[in-house]
Write a protein that binds this ligand. Structure first.
Ligand SMILES: Cc1ncc(COP(=O)(O)O)c(C=O)c1O
Length: 355
């Protein structure tokens, strides 16, 4: 009897492994399977001969912080949830998850890096999608010709390619904002700027200029927060704020209702809204960031921006040492200002660097 029972048990285990993918998932003792996600593959190992590629980066450097938060920032989504296309048919934007919106507004109030009252909040598959939605909403020019899109050089290398890749009749890339001689245009203002970390203001003087502020790096780990800006369109992303680039989630604060509605139209036509799963995950991540400042004891393990600021400062210090030793390159001088979030003088540690 015992031997038959054991054989049956082994058979059951074999069938489970064979047909339900045993070995890929862990069982944490609660009977629930936890999916093990493998780390990104194909990144070459860092060796003494490695060449630094400044073309693109992958903001995974806050990994240790998130490892430290353990299950506090984990979100479990039962399979029968998030099935509908719709998030909130009573809200301004039907595909924004109310919980995500609440946490984003809370985060901006905590950090003081953008005015949120009186703004519509839109969500996008990364701020990259919202950038395109904004181009669509602000174009064409009044006379029906394609809107010129400009930004002060040096600018983020994706702006020209993302603007031009579909050969749109609504807008086209027109280069450096400093040399723009026309009238109507969209000026993209990235501050702190990728790639040189500079604090930017618009430079186009024409009355017909429309602006998109890309605030991907407007977070305390990269720059002292000096004011809460209130521009027409402000773009943010979890990619650079919390380091969750893979969640592909960005948001836009938009002042004008008509522009916001056109941006929503773009999102509907482009992807019929934005992943609810990602929004729920981002909401939880942002909640943990806010809780870390508002509820937990004040240790670095709970304070993302303090942890991240230290990481960035360490990396800049290493980079400065290496660059000084080479004698070939130079780096911009350190800039410090009073940060209204940290309530002290803070040195800027922009993520990108112009060598
Ligand atoms: C200035 C700037 N804006 C936007 C993005 C893209 O952000 P997302 O991952 O949200 O699409 C990046 C990514 O490097 C960036 O540097």
């Amino acid at each position: 009897m015992a031997s038959v029972a054991m054989n049956l048990a082994f058979l059951a285990m074999y069938i489970h492994r064979r047909y339900f993918g045993g070995g890929r998932s862990d069982n944490n003792g609660s009977g629930k399977e936890i999916t093990t996600v493998e780390p990104s593959k194909g990144k070459p190992p860092v060796t003494a001969d490695s060449v630094v590629n400044l073309d693109h980066g992958d903001p995974t450097l806050y990994w240790e912080f998130w490892l430290g938060t353990g299950d506090r920032a984990t979100v479990v989504i039962p399979v029968w949830q998030t099935m509908s296309y719709f998030s909130d048919l009573t809200g301004f934007c039907w595909f924004v998850e109310p919980g995500f919106e609440r946490q984003v507004r809370r985060l901006h109030r905590l950090v003081g890096n953008a005015v949120v009252d009186g703004y519509h909040l839109l969500v996008g598959t990364g701020s990259t999608q919202l950038f395109q939605a904004a181009l669509y909403a602000l174009s064409p020019a009044d006379d029906g010709t394609p809107m010129s899109v400009v930004s002060s050089a040096p600018y983020y290398s994706s702006y020209p390619s993302v603007t031009n890749f579909l050969n749109s009749a609504l807008y086209r890339w027109d280069g450096d904002a400093n040399t723009f001689a026309g009238d109507a245009c969209i000026e993209v203002i990235c501050s702190p700027n990728n790639p040189d970390g500079g604090i930017r203001k618009g430079v186009v003087k024409s009355k017909s200029v429309k602006t998109i502020h890309d605030f991907a790096y407007c977070w305390p780990q990269y720059t002292p927060i000096t004011e809460a800006p209130s521009h027409d369109i402000m773009l943010f992303t979890v990619s650079k704020c919390t380091g969750h680039a893979g969640t592909r989630l960005g948001w836009a604060l938009v002042k004008d209702t008509e522009v916001a509605q056109k941006m929503i139209k773009f999102m509907e036509l482009n992807t019929i809204g934005v992943s609810k799963d990602s929004q729920l995950r981002a909401a939880k991540i942002i909640k943990v960031v806010c809780d870390g400042y508002e509820q937990s004891p004040t240790s670095e393990a709970n304070r993302l921006f303090h942890f991240a600021q230290r990481k960035m400062a360490e990396r800049w210090s290493r980079l400065r040492t290496v660059v000084a030793a080479s004698g070939i390159f130079s780096l911009p001088d350190e800039l410090s200002s009073y940060c209204t979030f940290a309530k002290q003088i803070v040195t800027a540690n922009p993520r990108k660097h112009h060598i």
